[in-house]
Ligand binder design. Sequence first.
Ligand SMILES: Nc1ncnc2c1ncn2[C@@H]1O[C@H](COP(=O)(O)OP(=O)(O)O)[C@@H](O)[C@H]1O
Ligand SMILES: [Mg+2]
Length: 241
Amino acid sequence: MSNPTPLLRVSDVSKRFGGVQAVGGVSLDLAPEEIIGIIGPNGAGKTSFFNLVSGMHIPDSGTVEFDGQDITRMNSTDRARAGIGRTFQIVRPFSGMTVAENVMVPLLVNNAHVSTAHKKSLELLEDLDIHHLADTPTEALTLAQRKRVEVARALATDPKLLLLDEVLAGLNSREVVSVLPFVKRVRDRGVAILMIEHIVSAVMEVSDRMMVLDHGKVIAHGVPESVIKDPKVVEAYLGAE
Ligand SMILES: Nc1ncnc2c1ncn2[C@@H]1O[C@H](COP(=O)(O)OP(=O)(O)O)[C@@H](O)[C@H]1O
Ligand SMILES: [Mg+2]
């Protein structure tokens, strides 16, 4: 079932905030170049799980291994350097900067030369079909455009693992359809992807496997077609919405 050498191995992680068990004993193996979609009702613990993988939070118990290394206690900056890139559910581009400058920041933080960072940022913007916006201030962008900038920024440092937290939320169906091929293209270039998403049909289309969280626990896990038919999943969604 699980790959003998997963890129990411999360074993039985838990995280409590006061009286809330945000994540309660979640395990997940992710192979290189695999896309796993994570779904679940609001408050299920999806973002908290991402925070345990990205180093924003340290788990109360359990372990996180990445690329053969135990990173359970590693901070988020070192995890980003080790190859974990992420987007945030609330998109917060640096204001007072252009789109290209926003994408250059993570490269400059990693000591790239300014000209190298500029070239790389333009390549990423081209990949995401927003190169025409390179010199536009981020304040002037639509939500869909800001989300693309966020993805470009997460990809700037060539991560081995990309964490996408609801990058499709708030986009219209045409915009959603236009982003999905890009997600697959990133994977085809050798990046593993964990993707939290509300639009189940969109997650199903790109995911190799899916994991469903509810109240901090995994209630279903497997190939998309069987996961969405699971009575526990149907109930969690009907109960929540
Ligand atoms: N930093 C935090 N401090 C306190 N409670 C939190 C924090 N982060 C998440 N929670 C709580 O943990 C639960 C799971 O939240 P979250 O992981 O954001 O869910 P999801 O992303 O699935 O909607 C919620 O009850 C939320 O209020
Ligand atoms: Mg969330």
